[in-house]
Design a protein around this ligand. Structure first.
Ligand SMILES: Cc1cc2nc3c(=O)[nH]c(=O)nc-3n(C[C@H](O)[C@H](O)[C@H](O)COP(=O)(O)OP(=O)(O)OC[C@H]3O[C@@H](n4cnc5c(N)ncnc54)[C@H](O)[C@@H]3O)c2cc1C
Length: 501
C-alpha cells in the first residue's frame, strides 16, 4: 500500500526540484559564497520594511560584478525564473518582497563610490552605495546629495532610483528623479542598458524618467550618476505649534501660497510628538494639536529674510508658539524628533504600517480629520508625521501583527486612507512606491485601460514578465475582484490570490 501523501507535498517537491535546477545553473556563473538557498540563510531576505508580508525566495544571489549580474539575469530568463532586485530592504511597500519561485538579486556588494567630479558637481556610484555615504564622500568638497530619505543611513541609491525616493529637503531640491543624470543597468534578458547621460539632457526619448520610480520592474540598476549641490552657508529651522490641526494644515498651504519654498516643511500631529518626545527629547510642545518644522537655507541674508517671512505667515495662521533654531545643534535637535518618528512608533506598538499617499496641500486638515474618524471606525491608533509641504502623508497605523484581526483592520484602515486621498484629489503613492501594498488601491486610482497601458510599458522592457512580477500594476481580474469586494463591504483582497501579469 502506498503511504498517504501529505497535502502540499507535490508543490514542495516541485519547489525543491526547481531550486536545485536554478542553483545548479547559477553555480556556473557565481562563486559558492555568492549563492544562498538554505531556509535559515534566506530568512533575512523574506521581507522589506513592510514586515507584515513575508515570502521566502527560492535562491538569493549576491553578485559582485556587472558580468555576474548579467549572467544571473540571462540564466533566469532562459529558465523562466522571476528576479526581484534588492538593495537594503528598507522599502515600505513590499517592493523587494521575494517571489516564492524566484531569485532575489541582492545588489549589496555594489557599494563603491566610483568618482566624484567636483567641476561637474556629480558623483558616479554603484547601486548598492548608501544614500548618506554619497554626501559623506562629497563633504570634503563642500558638496552633498540633496534627496534625504529618513532611511538614508541604510537605503541604497539603487533602491532610491527604483522608488523615486523623497525626503525632508525634496520640497526645495527635488526628488531622486530631479537629482539623477544617468542610470546604467541590465534588462531582464541580461543586456546592458543606459538611461540619461552625463549632460543635462540626452538625445532621444527621456527613458530615464520612466526608469526612475519603476520599482525594479523594467531593469536592474548597477550604476548611477547623481548631481551634487553646494552645502548651504546657513540653515535655520522654525518650530511652530498650533492648537488646531486645521490651522496647521492651512498654515502649510499659506507658506507656499506666499511664494516661499522652504528647504523643508514637515508636520507632526499630537500622538506623534508625544511618541517622539518620549524617545529623543527634542523639546516639542506636547500641548500642541500639531507642530510644523519649517527650514530655511541659503546665504545668511537669504535665511534671515525667509525666516522673517515664514514667521509672519505662521503667526497670521494662528501659531500658538514659535521657536527658531539659533545654532546648528539646536536645528539638529528640532529635526531629531522628525528623523526618529518611525523608531519612536516602534516603541509604542508591536507593529506599525506606514502609509504613503499625497493630498493637495489645501486638503491636509480634511484628511487628518478623516483619519481621526477612521481610528474610531477601525479601532486602531494612528500617528501622523509627514512632508506637509509636498502634501505627502505618512500615517503610521499601529497594530499587532500577531493578531490576524488587527492586521486585517489595519489593511482596511490603510486602504481607506489611500482611497480617501484619491477622493480628495490626491494619489495612492507619494514616495514609497506601490509594491504589493497598494495593488488594490491602484484599482481605485486608475481605470482598467490605464493599468493596461502600464502593463504595455512593462512588456516593452520585459516581454516575459520576469522582473519583479506581481508588483505595482494590478491585473484586470484583481481590479474586478476588488471592485466586487468593496461593494460587498470593504474586504481586502490578499495580493497573492490572483494571477499576475
Ligand atoms: C525608517 C524608514 C524611513 C524611511 N523614510 C523614507 C523617506 O523619507 N522617503 C522615502 O522616499 N522613503 C523612505 N523610506 C522607504 C525606503 O527607505 C526607500 O523606498 C528606499 O529608496 C529603499 O531603498 P532600499 O535600498 O532599501 O531598496 P529595497 O527596499 O531593497 O528595494 C526597494 C525597491 O527597489 C527595487 N530595487 C532595489 N535596488 C534595485 C536595483 N539596483 N535595481 C533595480 N531595482 C532595485 C526593489 O526591487 C524594490 O522594488 C523609509 C524607510 C524606512 C524603513
Amino acid at each position: 500500500m502506498n503511504a498517504p501523501v501529505a497535502p502540499g507535498l507535490p508543490a514542495l517537491l516541485q519547489k525543491s526540484e526547481r531550486q536545485s535546477q536554478v542553483v545548479r545553473a547559477l553555480q556556473a556563473h557565481l562563486p559558492a559564497h555568492a549563492l544562498i538557498w538554505n531556509e535559515e540563510d534566506t530568512t533575512p531576505y523574506e521581507c522589506d520594511g513592510l514586515t507584515a508580508y513575508r515570502m521566502r525566495p527560492l535562491v538569493v544571489a549576491l553578485p559582485e560584478t556587472e558580468a555576474q549580474v548579467a549572467a544571473v539575469l540571462r540564466t533566469c530568463h532562459a529558465l523562466g525564473v522571476p528576479v526581484v532586485a534588492r538593495g537594503a530592504g528598507t522599502g515600505l511597500s513590499g517592493g523587494a518582497m521575494p517571489d516564492a519561485m524566484g531569485v532575489t538579486l541582492s545588489l549589496a556588494k555594489f557599494n563603491k563610490i566610483l568618482k566624484i567630479d567636483v567641476a561637474a558637481r556629480t558623483a558616479v556610484v554603484q547601486c548598492g552605495v548608501r544614500n548618506l555615504a554619497i554626501s559623506e564622500a562629497a563633504a570634503p568638497f563642500n558638496l552633498y546629495y540633496a534627496p534625504d530619505p529618513s532611511s538614508q543611513i541604510a537605503c541604497t541609491i539603487g533602491g532610491n532610483v527604483a522608488e523615486n525616493s523623497g525626503g525632508v529637503h525634496c520640497l526645495k531640491y527635488g526628488l531622486t528623479l530631479h537629482n539623477v543624470l544617468r542610470v546604467r543597468g541590465f534588462t531582464a534578458e541580461g543586456e546592458a542598458v543606459e538611461f540619461g547621460g552625463e549632460a543635462l539632457d540626452c538625445p532621444g526619448l527621456d527613458l530615464l524618467a520612466l526608469v526612475i520610480g519603476s520599482e525594479g520592474m523594467l531593469a536592474v540598476t548597477t550604476e548611477v550618476t547623481v548631481k551634487l549641490v553646494p552645502k548651504p552657508q546657513l540653515a535655520r529651522c522654525i518650530m511652530a505649534s498650533f492648537d488646531d490641526v486645521r490651522k496647521a494644515g492651512d498654515a502649510v498651504a499659506a507658506v507656499i501660497a506666499a511664494g516661499i519654498i522652504p528647504a523643508g516643511l514637515e508636520m507632526m500631529d499630537k500622538p506623534m510628538t508625544a511618541a517622539v518626545e518620549d524617545f529623543v527629547k527634542a523639546g516639542y510642545d506636547l500641548n500642541a494639536a500639531a507642530i510644523l518644522l519649517c527650514e530655511s537655507d541659503g546665504t545668511i541674508e537669504e535665511v534671515e529674510e525667509e525666516i522673517g517671512r515664514m514667521t509672519a505667515v505662521l503667526r497670521g495662521c494662528g501659531a500658538t508658539a514659535i521657536a527658531c533654531s539659533d545654532n546648528e545643534d539646536e536645528r539638529l535637535k528640532f529635526w531629531s524628533g522628525r528623523k526618529n518618528a518611525f523608531p519612536a512608533s516602534g516603541r509604542i506598538s508591536p507593529d506599525y504600517m506606514c502609509l504613503d499617499s499625497t493630498i493637495p496641500r489645501k486638503r491636509l486638515a480634511d484628511i487628518l480629520l478623516a483619519i481621526q474618524q477612521m481610528e474610531i471606525k477601525y479601532n486602531l491608533r494612528c500617528c501622523n508625521v509627514f512632508h506637509a509641504g509636498d502634501g505627502n502623508l505618512h500615517p503610521l497605523v499601529l497594530f499587532d501583527a500577531n493578531d490576524p484581526d488587527e492586521l486585517h483592520r489595519c489593511e482596511l484602515f490603510g486602504a481607506d486612507i489611500l482611497e480617501t486621498s484619491v477622493a480628495m484629489g490626491g494619489t495612492v503613492s507619494g514616495e514609497h512606491g506601490v509594491g504589493v501594498e497598494k495593488l488594490n488601491s491602484m484599482c481605485v486610482q486608475f481605470t482598467a485601460a490605464e493599468n493596461e497601458q502600464m502593463f504595455g510599458v512593462k512588456r516593452a522592457f520585459d516581454p516575459a514578465g520576469l522582473l519583479n512580477p506581481g508588483k505595482v500594476i494590478p491585473t484586470l481580474q484583481r481590479c474586478a475582484e476588488y471592485g466586487k469586494q468593496v461593494v460587498r463591504g470593504g474586504k481586502i483582497l490578499p495580493f497573492a490570490d490572483l494571477p499576475r501579469f
